[in-house]
Design a protein around this ligand. Structure first.
Ligand code: ADP
Length: 396
């Protein structure tokens, strides 16, 4: 059974075709600059050369047409006909309280997804465009929506409610939703396997540390607390996002003459490690500058590590313990120094790193020493595989 995984952004489309008997990627690619000049689709099939299609793509449907031609082409393809695609899994960002799990997409689901768009105006409409285009091009193939928020629908009310007037929750659905759910779910299952334990018996904290970063407390396999909120702006310090700040800073700045739009732009695009360091939003650049003695770069990293550590502390309290801590995503998987800086401040959990193991990259492994009271792991995340697994499960 082959599953095509689609992840549509406003002007981009990422895809992977997976053979689900082996869970191997048969082909993958990325279309960029859809609807703008210079659109390009990069396609890579297993065992074949990477190829670039530089041709106009007005819409996501144009991108899908190119990728489907590529998938069946003798030169770059991996299947003989589109009939070899058994199902399509769509990454969908916001499922609000409507979607607690992945779902088979039908007219009713599309209508409900439209209702959720208000909460993710940048992401959900793009996801829906991708779904509609696939429906036109592959009308008889079942499709599944996998929501970034769904995994966090198990949060208890004490964790997801903001102490605002209750009417704001009833009228405007203002509450914590959390994101990166597909990643937190994937790495927690992989961690249980690595530990040789049943997920039902474990208390885990997953640290998804990339440009966007979030932590998740997972008790018995269920998300019970997470650091992002109504939107992905909340929680940790990120590449360009500020994370949690005193909310009164917003009216304070507005009173100083900034428009609401400007404040929003500052918090989402000009803050985080970029804003503090003044160097870059890319952690590699900031780590490099700090190594060369740049004090603000070091401060940006110190804030980042401090917030991860104090959030871990809060989640240990929320779960009344922790058995394992997982590092994943760009920084979590690759930054030996950040993992060390964070773990060095977790003495209260009896954590001891295995220095040799911590210096490895690219594979799932335990990086804590044998006598560490809490296990620490690196698990490369794989959201596409998780989406494909959910898709196969639902259409089987
Ligand atoms: P997103 O999907 O949120 O855009 P990723 O999970 O791809 O982000 O993570 C990107 C971040 O990971 C970048 O800031 C990058 O600098 C960081 N990163 C990748 N490799 C390394 C590394 N070797 N050392 C430090 N940071 C790294």
């Amino acid at each position: 059974m082959n599953v095509l995984v689609i992840n549509c952004g406003s002007s981009s489309l990422k895809y992977q075709l997976l053979d689900m008997t082996t869970e191997k990627v048969m082909a993958k690619g990325l279309a960029e600059r859809i609807g703008i000049d210079g659109s390009v689709l990069t396609h890579e099939a297993a065992g074949k050369d990477k190829v670039k299609f530089e041709q106009a793509m007005e819409t996501h449907k144009d991108a899908l047409n190119i990728l489907m031609d590529a998938l069946v082409s003798p030169a770059h393809g991996v299947i003989k006909s589109l009939e070899e695609i058994s199902a399509v899994g769509h990454r969908t960002v916001h499922g609000a309280e409507t979607f607690c799990d992945s779902v088979v997409i039908n007219a009713d689901v599309i209508e409900k997804m439209e209702e959720c768009s208000e909460l993710a105006p940048l992401h959900n409409p793009a996801n829906l465009i991708g779904i509609r285009a696939c429906q036109e091009l592959l009308p008889n193939v079942p499709m599944v929506g996998v929501f970034d928020t769904a995994f966090h629908q198990t949060l208890p009310a004490e964790a997801f409610m903001y102490p605002l007037p209750y009417e704001l929750y009833e009228e405007h659905k203002i509450r914590k939703y959390g994101f990166h759910g597909t990643s937190h779910k994937f790495v927690s299952r992989a961690a249980a396997e690595l530990m040789g334990e049943k997920i039902e018996n474990l208390k885990l904290i997953s640290c998804h540390l990339g440009n966007g970063a979030s932590l998740c407390a997972i008790k018995g396999g269920k998300s019970v607390e997470t650091s992002m909120g109504l939107t992905p702006l909340a929680g940790l310090e990120m590449g360009t996002r500020c994370g949690d700040i005193d909310p009164a800073i917003i009216p304070f700045l507005v009173n100083k003459g900034y428009s609401v739009k400007e404040v929003d732009e500052i918090m989402n695009k000009k803050s985080g490690v970029l804003g503090v360091s003044g160097v870059s939003s890319d952690f590699r650049d900031v780590e490099g500058a700090a190594d060369e003695g740049n004090k603000r770069a070091q401060l940006a990293l110190d804030i980042f590590h401090y917030r991860v550590v104090t959030t871990i502390g809060a989640y240990v309290a929320a779960m009344d313990g922790v058995d394992g801590i997982i590092f994943t995503a760009g920084l979590g998987e690759n930054s030996v120094t950040s993992r060390k800086a964070i773990c060095d401040r977790l003495n209260f959990l009896g954590i001891k790193l295995d220095v040799t193991a911590n210096s490895q990259r690219g594979k799932a492994m335990i990086i804590s020493a044998a006598d560490s009271k809490t296990k620490v792991m690196v698990i490369p995340t794989n959201e596409e595989l998780m989406i494909a697994r959910d898709t196969m499960e639902l259409v089987k």
